[in-house]
Design a protein around this ligand. Structure first.
Ligand code: SAH
Length: 457
């Protein structure tokens, strides 16, 4: 049966926004047919211009707002919504927290897991300027080097100086470094011609230590006036303790290339989390919201219920931040992580904190889990913190074979979390405590959460 699409491209119509998508776009329904639009909140009545009418859904642009939501906050410009840096910036923060809780609830209902509860989202007191890491593309605009962002889903570059959710000192360092590079007439990369030198700037800053790392991501190895510009950056920014170059000459949107060159200082910065010291190198994953990460880890560790006698596995361990926190409350911790540099950091970090009850392996978690299971390791608790795609079915099966009492699942993607919870439930685990969302990414639509799966058979 052919269903008729109730709207056509370029049509103008009035509609009420009924929901927000997982990306924070407004949803209007026309005879049940969803139209998605930026900058529109539930309850708002808007005049729309249909941009695209696909088979199952369409996109529209808001021409005029006729009724404004009481939850709308005005303020900084629209570029944050458009770029995808802060797609929820127009929604009052308490409502952002409710949106994240509801997003998990709605997915549970869709998966027929209506018995599972979701706590209120643990939010931030000051939900701006939290990011400890920036990776910004650099382009030449009217002869000036500019940092910025690509508009969501496009190659349109939007220059920006205030990134709103980044540590303010990072925003400042970006401008200081660009001014120096401009003075030495460095060129910016142009992806259409594949010419030009500077592709991205990556800047990291320790929340407690204040130590800054700057990485110049370039298209070729040779940087003109290298010595002069390196000493000028180090003199202008005394908090930069690590200045590095990364060479990426591939035509790709992957930011970092293979080769790193140390230009000045050391290869890492140091920072603290929950009183532990961590050395963080350029390539290693490190949680971007330090104060919320402390809360996230405290929640995950409290839920693991450790007494000091347990054997624990930390899968997807990164530089060992969770592993080390666990090691203070457990007998032995096994960590696995696929990035070699991160495991090197994890080992150094264990030694740095005087902890000797950890074993770290480089590898794919799904393979290492099977290896540990075959080797007869019997963990009391397994902690998992996978990337957005969630857990491989084989990892779930190996984990269950080891029969831990608890599996603590830290998730950055509720869709794969719910899928994986279902799988664990089929294999004899239950979720008894409410799922806890922790807001790691205020002003964005990302949802982080902690779930405890307990063994029942
Ligand atoms: N628990 C850490 C890291 C979480 S991010 C922390 O809180 O800081 C997820 C990590 O999983 C990243 O470090 C990434 O490099 C790693 N990773 C991605 N795929 C993996 C895989 N198949 N096996 C093991 N680690 C993987």
């Amino acid at each position: 049966m052919k269903t008729k699409i109730p709207v056509a491209k370029n049509q103008k119509l009035e509609a009420t926004i009924v929901d927000l998508t997982y990306q924070g776009m407004g949803v209007a329904k026309v005879q049940g047919y969803p139209l998605f639009c930026d900058d529109a909140l539930p309850g708002e009545v808007v005049e729309l211009h249909v941009l695209k009418a696909g088979k199952n859904f369409g996109y529209a642009k808001v021409l005029k707002r006729l009724v404004t939501s009481k939850d709308r906050v005005e303020g900084s410009g629209k570029e944050y919504l458009q770029t995808g840096i802060a797609p929820l910036e127009h929604l009052a923060y308490p409502e952002q927290l409710k949106f994240k809780q509801k997003l998990i609830k709605d997915l549970l209902v869709k998966a027929h897991l209506t018995d599972l509860k979701v706590d209120e989202t643990l939010g931030m007191a000051e939900p701006y300027g939290y990011r400890n890491k920036a990776q910004v593309p650099v382009r030449m605009i009217d002869g000036q080097l500019k940092a910025g962002f690509f508009r969501r889903g496009s190659h349109n570059f939007v220059p920006l100086e205030n990134f709103l959710i980044q540590d303010e000192r990072i925003d400042e360092v970006i401008q200081q470094v660009l001014a120096i590079l401009q003075k030495y007439q460095l060129t910016a990369y142009d992806e259409t011609t594949h010419q030009g030198l500077l592709r991205h700037l990556m800047v990291r800053r320790g929340h407690y230590s204040g130590e800054v790392m700057v990485v110049l991501v370039t298209n070729q190895k040779k940087i003109p006036h290298l010595e002069a510009l390196v000493s000028e950056i180090m003199a202008t920014c005394p908090d930069v303790v690590s200045l590095q170059q990364n060479i990426n000459s591939k035509q790709t949107n992957v930011i970092l290339g293979e080769q790193m060159v140390l230009l000045a200082g050391k290869e890492f910065i140091t920072d603290q989390l929950n009183g532990l010291n961590f050395e963080i190198s350029a390539r290693s994953f490190y949680q971007v919201n330090p104060s919320q990460t402390e809360k996230l880890y405290q929640a995950a560790i409290a839920r693991a219920g450790l007494t000091g006698k347990e054997t624990v596995i930390d899968a997807y361990c990164g530089i060992g931040t969770i592993s080390l926190s666990l090691a203070r409350h457990a007998k032995k911790v096994y960590g696995v992580e696929i990035v070699e540099a991160a495991i090197a950091d994890a080992k150094k970090n264990a030694a740095l904190n005087g902890l000797d009850n950890l074993v770290f392996e480089v590898g794919a978690a799904e393979e290492q889990m099977a290896t540990w299971q075959e080797a007869g390791i019997k963990p009391d608790v397994i902690m998992v913190d996978p990337p957005r795609k969630g857990l491989a079915p084989s990892l779930i099966e190996s984990a269950v074979k080891m029969a831990p009492q608890k599996i603590v699942y830290v998730s950055c993607n509720p869709a794969t979390l719910v899928r994986d919870i279902k799988h664990f439930m089929e294999l004899g685990y239950e979720v008894k405590q409410p799922i806890l969302p922790v807001d790691q990414f205020p002003q964005t639509a990302h949802v982080e959460s902690v779930t405890v799966l307990e063994r029942v058979i």
